[in-house]
Design a protein around this ligand. Structure first.
Ligand code: NAD
Length: 257
């Protein structure tokens, strides 16, 4: 029970890593403050969480008003914010940089980049005032490598890594640790959205596309959501007390080559 009585805020909790993380944190004793722009998904998750102590709020992470209100609601309900997992994100489609429209670029930066900036802006002072805390920002291997044909996504995830390192430097003295999680190709709705679009263009099925992607990964397969969430919890764990400002790849060896 690493998270017994800890209040954990998770964004993007209605699906994928965020949803699984909510179940896993609850299983280890946490109180949950969950947000997503998908209210139905949050409601379904709350049902599944059964007896766990849960606050849910519909939030667009690109909105300062929404994010400030969510942190305030967390404090109102639980009186504390010990851990935050800033995980909500979008990926649209692979295309060359010149074919990416300005609107597409701005949307990616607004959700993935500004979303994490705003989360940190409202979470850091609360944690510092309470004597410490831990923040995990979900970036991507696209936040540490070039990631051609994903320029807007890569720019937004590099922003997440930069924000993580700056916040870690500023807030280490206040007992707040800030790390970035950098997954690649793990089985969630986001990966399937990406592979299904790619497969449709090539006239192949989902698993065939995943096999093709797997050929580029040293472990020869894509990841399971659980394998990524294991590391998310490890980063958040108060026992992981001397790690801050790191961008940790969970990628089957992709960034090792
Ligand atoms: P997912 O699509 O299953 O979940 C993303 C969640 O974020 C959804 O519930 C969605 O409603 C929510 N969301 C999107 N925009 C939002 C907004 N503006 N405000 C609030 N909520 C919003 O995808 P996932 O794979 O679980 O993605 C989680 C994070 O992991 C994302 O930041 C993503 O970029 C990152 N990531 C995923 C992979 C992968 O292979 N699955 C790889 C690298 C990085």
């Amino acid at each position: 029970m690493r998270f017994d009585e800890k209040t954990v805020l998770i964004s993007g909790a209605a699906s994928g890593f965020g949803r699984l993380a909510a179940m896993r944190f609850a299983g280890e004793g946490a109180k949950l403050s969950l947000c997503d722009r998908d209210g139905d998904g949050l409601a379904a998750l709350t049902q599944e969480l059964g007896g766990a102590e849960v606050l849910t709020q519909v939030v667009d992470v690109s909105s300062a008003v929404d994010q400030e209100a969510h942190v305030a609601a967390t404090l109102d309900r639980f009186g504390a914010l010990d851990i935050a997992v800033n995980n909500a994100g979008i990926f649209t489609e692979m295309k060359r940089l010149p074919d990416t429209t300005l609107d597409e670029y701005e949307e990616m930066m607004a959700v993935n980049g500004r979303g994490v900036f705003l989360a940190l802006k409202y979470q850091l002072p609360v944690m510092a005032a309470a004597g410490g805390g831990s923040i995990v920002n979900t970036a991507s291997v696209a936040g540490i490598t070039g990631a051609g044909y994903c320029a807007a996504y890569a720019a937004s995830k590099h922003a997440v890594v930069g924000l993580t390192k700056a916040a870690a430097d500023e807030y280490a003295r206040f007992g707040v640790r800030v790390n970035a999680l950098c997954p690649a190709f793990a089985r969630t709705a986001m990966l399937y959205g990406f592979t299904d679009k790619m497969g449709a263009q090539k006239g192949e099925g989902r698993e065939d596309t995943l096999d093709r992607i797997s050929g580029r990964i040293p472990m020869g397969r894509v990841g399971e959501a659980d394998e990524v969430v294991n590391v998310m919890l490890m980063l958040a764990d108060p026992g992981n007390s001397f790690m801050t400002g790191q961008a940790i790849a969970v990628d089957g060896g992709l960034t090792a080559i």
